[in-house]
Design a binder for this molecule. Structure first.
Ligand SMILES: [Ca+2]
Ligand SMILES: [Ca+2]
Ligand SMILES: [Ca+2]
Length: 301
């Protein structure tokens, strides 16, 4: 028997399988601890490349791809050498490697995935540096260099039950100026690292994010690095309404992450597609051109 998708869905409901339309649509799932929902699968040679069609030996790349109706923007910069090596602008090898970042959004939510060799439970002691926060820079036409929002990572270091930064968290989202951020302490880049909790007030908090931090399985050879390299995954979901009109009023969104020493900084640049405003004659009720405009618009959306 041949079924189309709608019939199959109806049958699934009738059979009580609880299969939702959302699960069929291939949405980003930030609670599953893997990257398959970002279109990243292990290839026939047992490696997971940094992009769906990528060569598994690729170490550096930026761009975008489509996966199940989503446009996914990415940057990957994979350090594959030995302990303590240069990861730009600093050193630290795999333990300080910000390896890949992916960003997409649908009508409701912004999603981020970060893969790093930096252990989320690294404490700020003995020359080690903890994880920073996600920094969002919206801009229109030209980069204004202002970080407009920050999404906090867990920062749990007082617990006696470390490792406490692995798991699922509800974290704070803040509206920021650059003054609300700690900065690169060593390399003179001026990049922001963690939110400065001394500067932020309760009025600066604009909402919450859902964040899952996972240690990827040791058997997963992601990227071209040696099999012994560890990787952690941060997946984030944020309701876009938290950002007010930022998605409407800007042409670009850059999202950065680093650790508090900023030894390795990773940034992904995303284009925000502009939506055509209806021309004046369409608003004046001139039927034929309005119909034409609607058709043209639906054909391009
Ligand atoms: Ca996932
Ligand atoms: Ca690496
Ligand atoms: Ca900005």
């Amino acid at each position: 028997m041949k079924l189309n998708r709608n019939k199959a869905l109806l049958m699934a409901y009738a059979l009580g399988l609880g299969l939702s339309a959302e699960s069929m649509a291939g949405d980003i799932n930030i609670t599953d601890g893997n990257l398959q929902d970002w279109g990243l699968f292990t290839n026939s040679s047992g490696r997971q490349p940094w992009t769906p069609g990528g060569n598994s030996n690729d170490k550096n790349g930026t761009g975008q791809y489509s996966h199940q109706g989503l446009t996914i923007y990415y940057t990957f910069e994979d350090y594959t050498g030995g302990n303590g090596g240069f990861v730009d602008p600093g050193y630290g090898g795999q333990a300080y490697d910000a390896e890949a970042i992916y960003v997409t959004w649908d009508a409701d939510n912004l999603y981020i995935a970060l893969v790093t060799g930096h252990n989320p439970n690294t404490k700020e002691t003995n020359g080690n540096y903890a994880a920073g926060d996600f920094a969002l820079n919206f801009w229109k036409d030209a980069d204004d260099g202002i970080y407009d929002f920050g999404i906090r990572t867990p920062h749990n270091f007082n617990s006696s039950s470390n490792p406490a930064n692995i798991g699922q968290f509800t974290t704070d989202v803040y509206k920021t100026t650059n003054d609300d951020w700690l900065k690169d302490p060593f390399w003179g880049t001026g990049v922001v690292t963690s939110l400065d909790t001394q500067k932020l007030t309760s009025q600066d908090k604009v909402g919450s994010a859902t964040m899952r931090v996972t240690k990827l399985p040791g058997s997963l050879d992601i990227g071209p690095g040696p099999a012994g390299h560890s990787h952690w995954l941060y997946e984030v979901s944020v309701d876009k309404s938290i950002f007010g009109d930022a998605f409407k009023n800007n042409t670009d969104l850059d999202i950065s992450w680093t650790m508090n020493c900023s030894n390795d900084v990773i940034t992904v640049q995303d284009d925000i597609p502009t939506i055509d405003e209806p021309p004046a004659w369409a608003l004046l009720g001139l039927t034929l051109p309005a119909v034409y405009w609607r058709r043209r618009r639906s054909a391009t959306c």
